[in-house]
Design a protein around this ligand. Structure first.
Ligand code: ANZ
Length: 962
């Protein structure tokens, strides 16, 4: 410490310094904890409390909970946490019963990978990380209800994750109710024959395996041998959402392959329509809604059958109006109609190439079967995204099959090509090369015919052989489209669609249909550190749910946590789960109601998303042993209300990167639980807000390697040096790997948590990303020092306020600040709120003398949500015994909020008749009207007409009577 600081401290022992801040902050944090200051009472149950609090309006304010990383927090992480805390504190001070807490999303890959490297059990490292993060969060003064904090890895928590899985497993989507219902209601329909079994036999005649298979087709959680994203490099399968646009794993960047594996899925597609529709009533950023809409991807179109011998190919098209222009067809390489081509079973593929097959169609293969087999192999090594890329050269091969275009009667060749995906529509398309860009490119490559059936409106002629690209438009007329009993010629696209759809339906060869891009959610992972499935298999391989009494099914201890990984490029491998190596755990004898039998446990674990799909509900009733959440408690905090027809959390703050995955999954689970009657809210999060990111400068040396930001020196002209070498500077993410992380611990030690909180909130609008600048933090520290000095004598530590009435100027400054800050707080504009508090504080500093008590008190209340520790300390010094947390937020007096006025003189023939108090900004017209309406002026004029009015706003009006 330097001498000058020493001297200053001797002279001013009660100055607001980092040491004093540390003392104040630790004391108040202990106080809050001891007093349970942030405990929000429930209307009933073991968290029930003060009935007057429960009678107040409620606010449930939530953050996206963190993953307890071993690196701890850097200053970028708490941006959202601080913002919700400020907002929650403001809500408490305006009479709300506020629920605000924070848990940990603690299953997941990093802990498992750490375990594999070090042999430390993931639970041990995760819990240590949680302890560290709790300490870091506590020092920020966040007002969380500690009783409600949950950890997803706690068996008492994941018991309910497993329980919800079973609810989903044990239900089906009843189209009549347009809701999920218990699977028993479906069984009852089969038993009563009100719903036929797939092959028409009575339910009673089906074997247990057959019944299980039938029900599996309906269950909302089901196991299937579906093509999945297999990532040998990670040793696990991945959800579509976890695969990048170039077909690699989001984590680790390994290649991802399509493979058929038996996996658990969630039938989220049953909810596609509702997930889309209910978005409209949510208060979410439009950008996020749009991403969800695109992800769900609703398309209206038709299914059309094209006969092939005794079989038919059903296509999905959104352009049924172009049916006359369908000159060839394409099947996805995985399409079942050609599945047996390689071994000659059950396939429509002929033995030899038909007469007149083009050379370019065969791919150089001797037989169609050979060509199909070779092409399928090639396609399997590509991701869906790669396959769909527009710019790609189109590849494919002829199957040797011709189908019949049902309107033109033409024989059209059937190809397989990887630009058609099995997972979308029917996995088969009618190709209309004249009007679809991809089909056009393919047709050119394979010398296939084109027919123009939509009249080009851009000047080109109707002969596609002269075109450079397809003519794809919805705003044009149909041509060349007559035959048999149907003609579309002359119709617009919309009318043509309606007409052909009706015709197809009448012929029994097609129907209008809605298709979704959304796929079912792949729900199993080949990992250790996740929730075990509460599922066992009997000797026939039939899956059985464990009864609720056997929950939680705890993760067993294992020797080896690692999933078996393989050569990242070897597509022919199969996953092996860590749990499967534990035979004692896997093989069990259980009585599931029909005597003790042997079963094998499911050895996959649930994906990382499971625990975050419903945590908001557990915050409400965190230790309820009998229920996920008490219905009355859920109704109180989350139930529907005016403006929130589906209920949900009042404010949910987190990063925009969770637009699709977490938010879509959580919405889906909410809807299932709502349908089954467990909760009253059909949406988890009513209002969503995405905070920006705190970025930081990344400095790199000549080799491009990041160097520690703290050791870089800046020289004039923006040149940066590190150990003598020049380095480049770019704005990027903050993080350990980029060597630019700043921890909240460092900033708290240097300035205190209140300064850090203020700085983060003052950096800019909350939803905008901003660069961290450690040198700028001191600005907020000085604000707090001035605030302190305005109230406390730095030498004696006594308050300096006086019990005199504030003058007009002080009242105006105060109430303007209150008015502005109130609006800013309600709208999450904390940066401008801080600017207004600063302005008020500066005004008071400038007046020099001691400030009136009432002004000081209101100033302290204004800053309390932002800088709660110093506010508590000053509030106490000002003589209050209670905490500032539950004090009333100041209310602006409108009389002092309006602009100051000026006096305007009104003269008649040069003589003063009246004086008006008007706004300095008043317009000439308004001032003239106000003057003429003034009673004294009306009396003086005494009915005389007016010849002229001279207005010099805002100070003078001179009236010349007629
Ligand atoms: C004929 C047609 C003519 C098409 C035309 C488009 C334009 P969206 O809007 O995304 O739903 N399609 C259908 N299933 C497919 C699959 N499994 N893989 C790749 N493409 C597929 O797209 C629907 C359109 O995409 C469908 O309409 C179909 O091509 C193609 F002038 O049918 B269309």
């Amino acid at each position: 410490m330097s001498e000058t600081t020493n001297a200053a401290e001797v002279a001013a022992p009660h100055r607001y310094t980092a040491a004093l801040a540390a003392d104040i902050e630790a004391r108040w944090q202990d106080f809050w904890e001891a007093e349970g200051t942030y405990e929000a009472p429930n209307p009933k149950g073991d968290l029930a409390g003060d009935p007057t609090a429960v009678a107040r309006p409620k606010k449930f304010i939530m953050d996206m909970f963190p993953y307890p990383s071993g690196a701890g927090l850097h200053v970028g992480h708490p941006l959202g946490f601080i913002a919700t805390d400020v907002y929650a504190r403001y809500q408490r001070m305006t009479g709300h019963n506020v629920l605000h807490t924070l848990g940990f999303d603690a299953f997941g890959l990093p802990a498992e990978q750490y375990a594999v490297q070090t042999g430390t059990h993931p639970r041990v490292s995760t819990e240590a990380n949680i302890v560290n993060m709790r300490r870091q969060l506590r020092q920020l003064g966040l007002g969380h209800d500690p009783r409600r904090s949950i950890e997803t890895i706690d068996p008492a928590y994941y018991k309910w994750t497993q329980w919800i899985f079973l609810q989903i497993f044990n239900s089906w989507y009843d189209p009549e109710a347009d809701a999920a219902r218990p699977i028993d209601t479906l069984v009852a329909q089969f038993e009563a024959s009100t719903r036929p079994t797939p092959d028409g036999r009575p339910w009673a005649e089906l074997s247990p395996i057959e019944r299980a298979n039938v029900l599996g087709e309906y269950r909302l959680a089901y196991a299937s041998d579906a093509p999945v994203n297999w990532c040998p490099g990670l040793g696990t399968v991945l959800a579509n959402e976890e695969v990048t646009a170039d077909g690699r794993s989001e984590r680790g960047n390994y290649p991802v392959f399509k493979a058929k594996l038996r996996q658990w899925n969630m039938r989220i597609t049953a909810y596609a329509d509702r997930l889309l529709k209910d978005l409209d009533q949510l208060d979410w950023p439009e950008a996020i809604k749009l991403q969800q809409r695109n992800w769900i991807g609703r398309s209206e179109g038709a299914r059309v059958d094209f006969p092939v011998g005794d079989e038919k190919i059903t296509v999905f098209t959104t352009r049924q109006d172009t049916l006359f222009g369908a000159t060839y067809m394409v099947l996805a390489p995985e399409h079942p109609l050609i599945a047996g081509a390689d071994n000659g079973t059950g396939s429509i593929v002929p033995d030899a190439w038909p007469e007149g097959t083009h050379d370019v169609w065969t791919g150089g293969h001797a037989t169609p079967a050979e060509a199909v087999a070779a092409y399928r192999k090639q396609a399997a090594s590509k991701s869906d995204v790669e396959r769909q890329a527009e710019a790609k050269d189109k590849t494919g091969v002829f199957t040797g099959v011709y189908a019949t275009n049902p309107v033109s009667g033409e024989q059209v060749p059937v190809f397989i090509a990887d630009y058609v995906l099995m997972g979308y529509g029917t996995g088969a398309i009618m190709a209309v090369p004249a009007h679809d860009t991809r089909d056009f490119a393919f047709a050119r490559a394979f010398e296939l015919p084109m027919r123009c059936v939509v009249e080009p409106s851009d000047g080109r002629d109707t002969d596609p052989s002269t075109w450079d690209d397809a003519f794809a438009s919805y705003d044009a007329k149909i041509v060349n489209s007559s035959g048999g009993t149907i003609s579309l010629d002359g119709l617009g696209v919309t009318e043509a669609k309606a007409k052909i759809t009706e015709w197809l339906a009448a012929q029994g060869i097609g129907e209008g249909t809605v298709n979704f891009r959304l796929r079912d959610w792949l729900f199993s992972r080949q990992r250790y550190w996740g929730e075990p499935f509460p599922i066992v298999y009997d000797e026939d391989g039939v899956a059985h749910a464990l009864p609720e009494s056997m929950l939680p099914l705890e993760l067993p201890e294992v020797e080896d946590y690692s999933p078996r990984t393989f050569d990242a490029d070897d597509a022919d491998t199969q996953p092996e789960t860590p749990l499967s190596r534990n035979e004692d755990w896997v093989n069990v004898e259980l009585d599931l109601g029909d005597g003790v039998k042997r079963y094998r446990r499911e050895t996959n674990t649930m994906p990382n998303w499971a625990g975050s799909c419903w945590y908001e509900m557990r915050y409400l009733d965190p230790s309820n042993p009998d229920k996920l959440v008490d219905p009355d408690v859920e109704q109180y905090w989350m139930g529907p209300r005016e403006g929130q027809p589906h209920g949900g959390v009042d404010l949910y703050v987190g990063g925009a990167e969770h637009a699709v995955l977490h938010l879509l999954y959580a919405r889906f689970w909410s809807k299932v639980l709502f349908d089954l009657g467990h909760v009253s809210s059909a949406e988890p999060f009513h209002k969503l807000y995405n905070q920006g990111m705190i970025q930081a400068y990344v400095y790199r040396d000549a080799r491009g390697i990041a160097v520690p930001a703290a050791e870089v020196e800046e020289h004039e002209g923006g040149v940066f040096y590190y150990e003598g070498g020049k380095v480049s500077r770019l704005l990027g993410k903050m993080g350990k790997s980029l060597k630019n992380a700043v921890t909240p611990d460092e900033i708290c030690a240097e300035y205190g948590a209140d300064t850090l909180r203020l700085y983060e909130m003052a950096m800019g609008p909350l939803d905008v990303s901003r660069p961290w600048d450690t040198r700028a933090v001191v600005g907020q520290y000085r604000l707090l020092q001035r605030l302190w000095r305005n109230v406390v004598d730095e030498a004696s530590g006594e308050v300096t306020v006086v019990d005199t009435e504030p003058d007009e100027a002080a009242l105006r400054a105060l109430h303007k600040a209150i008015d502005g800050v109130t609006q800013d707080m309600a709208n999450l504009r904390f940066n401008t709120a801080i600017a207004k508090v600063t302005e008020l504080n500066n005004h008071l500093t400038k007046t020099g003398g001691p400030i009136p008590r009432t002004v000081a008190e209101q100033l302290v209340l204004l800053i309390a949500p932002l800088a709660p520790h110093i506010a508590e300390e000053l509030w106490r010094k000002l003589g209050h015994t209670g905490t500032v947390v539950h004090a009333d937020f100041p209310v602006a007096d409108p009389a002092y909020v309006v602009d100051e006025t000026v006096t305007c003189v009104v003269q008649i023939k040069g003589k003063v008749k009246a004086r008006l108090e008007v706004a300095p900004s008043i317009s000439e017209a308004d001032l003239e009207a106000t003057a003429l309406a003034e009673p004294a002026v009306v009396a003086a004029l005494n009915g005389a007409g007016i010849r002229k009015v001279i207005v010099r706003a805002p100070k003078l009006v001179n009236i010349v009577p007629a």
